[in-house]
Write a protein that binds this ligand. Structure first.
Ligand code: CS2
Ligand code: MG
Length: 403
């Protein structure tokens, strides 16, 4: 079965998605997600100019060889754009292989290790009361794990919270990056109060998560981890930027709050020290950024040796094809931990017909062959690309900060 053609579809049914469609001479096609939030068009060019021409005529069943060819053959290894492009090709080829075999991806991986995939929802509010209400509402909808974010007194809005956190857009409402103000000291005092309130109001059973969005230094992260210990978080995410992997040794020595890192990573090399030294508990790499099923499966297996579990990135910029792959991997992986799922707009659900389902706080990838996701290209054409960027932080004195 040869690759006959491939095309990239960019659409914005609520937010931008970059989708690769690979078509074979056997009439089967597969889809992959290559969305890189705020850098979508760079991946489109990479795929169209440098990847698709090399794919035509190749045997679609040789997924590993094509992965190695694109990874090694580029000479410029790794990096978010290269790896997103490889991810999309890999996802589409696994989709095709599943369709050819008449099996859902999780069966090709070795079958299910569990009946369903636990997911966590997002909740937020400008005040502790608002955030607590949102957490309670999500719990009411059946979620057993919820990420809680709160505004900080004295700061107008922070990422993911407040007016600018337009849920439908995944926080992306600006045609140029909006510059926000950040104060670590104000944040550190306030956040533990939110979790004290949540435990008090909602009891001990609910899994509570928090994302620090790479904004703290290691010693500040250690302080936050310690202060949150009484509230037994499921995880504290991205406490400090992870370019300096050694920084996590300092955090780890100080706190038993579990740590989750890796949504911005794209290969095992980015996480090797973190995993080998057991400096984290959950690895957040995701199928559209870490080399598709092939790349992510390798990271998952490597992490298992060190008792690190998965917690794949699943914000709204992780497109449905990648979400489906994460769910298949989650159903299979012996060291699955949790999957993020912040939901999609109705328009996104319609543009990407899918077999995956959600029941309260759990999801299932479905039994359709392959990934179980397709793209309705005619509908997609109604939602053209929209310029949109993530916000940027400055400290109160105007200096650029970590994230
Ligand atoms: C966040 C994301 O979901 C998360 O954990 O960190 O909102 C992230 O900032 C965006 O997906 C970036 O594209
Ligand atoms: Mg995050």
């Amino acid at each position: 079965m040869k690759i006959k053609s491939a095309k990239v579809v960019v659409c914005s049914p609520g937010r931008n998605f970059v989708t690769l469609k690979i078509i074979t001479d056997a009439g089967l096609h597969g889809v992959g997600d290559a969305t890189v939030n705020g850098r979508e068009k760079a991946v489109v060019a990479y795929l169209e100019d440098h990847v698709i021409p090399t794919l035509i005529g190749r045997d679609a069943s040789e997924i590993e060889d094509i992965w190695q060819y694109l990874y090694r053959g580029a000479y410029w290894r790794r990096g978010p754009i290269t790896m997103a492009a490889i991810s999309a090709v890999d996802l589409a080829l696994w989709d095709i292989k599943g369709k050819a075999a008449g099996m859902p991806l999780y069966q090709l991986l070795g079958g299910a290790s569990r009946k369903k995939v636990m997911v966590y929802a997002h909740a937020q509010g400008m005040t502790i009361e608002e955030a607590a209400e949102d957490v309670a509402a999500k719990k009411e909808r059946g979620f057993v794990a919820i990420r809680a974010q709160v505004g900080v007194p004295g700061l107008p809005a922070i990422y993911g919270v407040g007016e600018r956190a337009n849920q439908a857009k995944g926080g992306m409402v600006n045609a140029l990056p909006h510059e926000e103000t950040w104060s670590t000291s104000k944040y550190l005092v306030h956040v533990p109060k939110l979790f004290a309130k949540l435990r008090d109001a909602l009891g001990d059973e609910l899994h509570l998560l928090h994302d620090a969005h790479h904004r703290l230094t290691p010693i500040e992260a250690a302080r936050l981890g310690k202060d949150l210990e009484p509230f037994r978080l499921f995880w504290l995410e991205d406490p400090t930027p992870a370019e300096l992997q050694e920084g996590f040794r300092l955090i780890r020595r100080q706190t038993t709050t579990p740590l989750a890192v890796g949504e911005v990573f794209n290969t095992i090399w980015d996480a090797r020290l973190l995993i080998e030294e057991q400096l984290i508990d959950y690895i957040r790499t995701t199928s559209s950024h870490a080399g598709g099923v092939t790349g992510l499966r390798r990271i998952v297996d490597f992490a298992a040796i060190y008792q690190v579990r998965t917690g794949c990135h699943g914000a709204m910029d992780i497109g449905p094809a990648a979400m489906a792959a994460n769910l298949h991997l989650g159903l299979w992986a012996p060291n699955f931990g949790i999957q993020e799922y912040s939901g999609y707009t109705e328009e996104t659900h319609a543009v990407f017909p899918h077999a995956f389902t959600q029941t309260g706080g759990y999801m299932h990838p479905g039994e359709a062959p392959g990934l179980g996701v397709d793209i309705d290209e005619r509908l997609a054409a109604k939602y053209p690309y929209e310029r949109a960027y993530l916000p940027i932080n400055r400290l109160e004195d105007g200096a650029m900060w970590n994230w």
